[in-house]
Design a protein around this ligand. Sequence first.
Ligand code: ADP
Ligand code: MG
Length: 329
Amino acid sequence: MQQKLTEFQLIETFFKPLTKGEKASQNLADDAAELSLKENEKLVISKDLAVQDVHFLMRDGGFKIASKLLRSNLSDIASCGAKPLHYMLGFSKNSEAFTKDFTAGLQSVQDEFDITLIGGDTVASKHAFFSVTIFGCAQKDKTLSRTNAKNGDLIFVSGSIGDAYLGLQISNNALSFPFNAEDEAFLLNRHFFPSPRVQLGLELVKQNLSQCAIDVSDGLIADLRHICQSSQLNATLHQSHIPFSSSAQKILAHKPSLLPDLISGGDDYELLFTVDEKNYDTIMALSAALKLDLTCIGTMSKPIQNECGVTLLDNNHNNIELTKYGYEH
Ligand code: ADP
Ligand code: MG
């Protein structure tokens, strides 16, 4: 591995431009970053760690690795209904070419979400790993949390489910039937470049439409179970309501047996949130305003025999046995 730049040069060349001169970063020339908040604001913080061969492959390249790491971290901020501001980067040293691609990936996400780098740490390591700690702000008195679902709430999910799972399978050459180049590009894109639903999270809070949300990172079923367990409720899901992209639908038509994988595969980074029935029309209006599908897929209900979990129903209202829920860490 080529490692020509000193740590100082690395920071000056690649990381400093990502601060955009933002005061909080202290130009990466001090021991720590400093963040100020307005009086009625609170800080919302999340960290993600990505390890070579667990979360990414080196063959993916720096651009995709950095993009996915920062995008998935932004999704955590989105699920809290917070506005992302800044992030810190844990970086294991790599070649100059890789570092250039990695920082270009960070830059592209920064540009899309208007965030900046304010610090980090750099180490040499045999195995590549990267981490991002992201900072966002929210109004002190507003909360979007997985603990807040209410009995009778409708369950909504944004976008479509299962694309990232299919994209990963395509990337690993693990799907054995032909699909067209457009679908392939779409699904790969959904895997490598998830779309954190920041705007949606902010609007849900601003318009008081929801108090309960989670982002779908482990899998639709697994993350809904997290809501159930945290809120001490049951969830009933209608399989036929779960939104799939047209690309995923084509693949499902070929191979319906893939369905359990799509709803438990994870890495969707869509928002799963619950809403009082009376807000249904406003959610539909929000969907139109954001040009983002928001689909009602089920309802929250009292726990069944004290069991808080997910009941999945087919078109005839029969229970579908769930054999797997999602990704286990
Ligand atoms: P220390 O020895 O005190 O840990 P460093 O030499 O690691 O300080 O870091 C010097 C400055 O460079 C600090 O402001 C730190 O936040 C910044 N920095 C180091 N690595 C990174 C990185 N990977 N991304 C962003 N900033 C970094
Ligand atoms: Mg350091």
